[in-house]
Write a protein that binds this ligand. Structure first.
Ligand SMILES: [Zn+2]
Ligand SMILES: [Zn+2]
Length: 100
């Protein structure tokens, strides 16, 4: 759903534009879609970069038998639980937490 930036009323999709029913303002649909896709791609890149920066450790993945996994610490929400170590297999992406 799109709203007119000029008068804030609902805009209807026409051929290649969104058109405001009230004031006639038009917005290019194509440009709108492209900007949304770009944002999505940027989010994926950020996620990958973060994963690349994680340290790895020798631990066996139960799913694929790979012996290398990324690891990081996460503070759980409940106050009585301390930091927990998480692992993510570098091969299949399986994620699990360390059990004490
Ligand atoms: Zn309008
Ligand atoms: Zn695995």
């Amino acid at each position: 759903m799109e709203f007119c930036p000029k008068c804030k009323s609902m805009m209807m999709p026409a051929k290649n534009v969104f058109k405001c029913r009230k004031c006639g303002f038009e917005m290019d649909i194509k440009e709108h879609v492209v900007s949304k896709t770009e944002r999505k791609e940027r989010e994926v890149t950020v996620l990958e970069e973060r994963e690349m920066g994680l340290p790895t450790t020798r631990v066996k993945c139960e799913d694929c038998g790979n012996t290398l996994a990324y690891w990081w610490l996460r503070q759980l929400r409940s106050a009585d639980e301390s930091e927990v170590r998480f692992f993510r297999c570098t091969k299949c992406g399986k994620t699990w937490r360390e059990y004490n």
